[in-house]
Design a binder for this molecule. Structure first.
Ligand code: CA
Length: 220
């Protein structure tokens, strides 16, 4: 027994998946296709997709945002958990990656729930704010340029209703955030971001050692 989270051996991770993962066929196909991709490490873990679905259902989210779509796994997971009238604004810069995403969203019959915006995410978020969509959203998943997390956080706080939840991915950075002075500027940016969230009184906070670290911030 320990007060800290248990480390997951490969065996224990496999066990956890074997008794809990409920991944639709289309999500599994998308994950398997993306595994062949040279940047496949950008795809979230399947249990993480299921966790995002749980948050969406727990808070009754209808309008959602995703920052960093890649080949569309997390967007599809969220879209599957939304009610029929639910929507997801998906932000990504890459036409190439998101072509895969569009193909699978269509295959899943959920393409009409997802509004893909190909542009720098901050532009899209500022457009939503300029269009008067403040406090119109319930949930945001942030998984893009790590140096821009503070800016995504501010935009999402403006766009989410009180009680809305932001999930930030990769807040553990393969463990490198625990180093005193990490070599990578991107990892140093994550360290600064984690520290700034810790003292941010505008949100309730929970930092989960799930996959590469997922931090939940609920707008007060
Ligand atoms: Ca990620």
């Amino acid at each position: 027994m320990s007060g800290k989270s248990i480390g997951l051996s490969d065996e224990l991770h496999e066990y956890l998946l074997s008794v809990s993962l409920r991944e639709s066929d289309v999500l599994r196909e998308l994950r398997e296709e993306t595994a062949e991709h040279p940047e496949s490490e950008m795809q979230i873990a399947p249990e993480q997709g299921q966790f995002l679905q749980m948050i969406v259902r727990m808070i009754g989210a209808r309008r959602t945002i995703e920052i960093g779509t890649f080949t569309g796994y997390s967007a599809l997971a969220v879209a599957q958990a939304l009610p029929e009238t639910g929507t997801l604004v998906a932000c990504d810069r890459s036409e190439t990656y998101t072509q895969v995403a569009r193909r699978y969203w269509k295959k899943a019959g959920l393409a009409d729930r997802i509004d893909l915006r190909i542009a720098p995410a901050l532009e899209t978020l500022d457009d939503l704010i300029a269009a008067g969509r403040q406090e119109a959203f319930d949930f945001a998943f942030v998984d893009a340029d790590k140096t821009e997390y503070p800016d995504y956080h501010e935009r999402c706080l403006a766009l989410l209703r009180p009680g809305g939840v932001i999930a930030f991915d990769n807040t553990l950075r393969d463990g490198r955030v625990a180093e005193d002075n990490p070599e990578s500027e991107s990892v140093r940016a994550t360290k600064r971001f984690n520290e700034s969230l810790h003292s941010d009184e505008r949100v309730h906070l929970s930092f989960l050692p799930l996959a590469d670290g997922v931090t939940l911030a609920m707008k007060k």
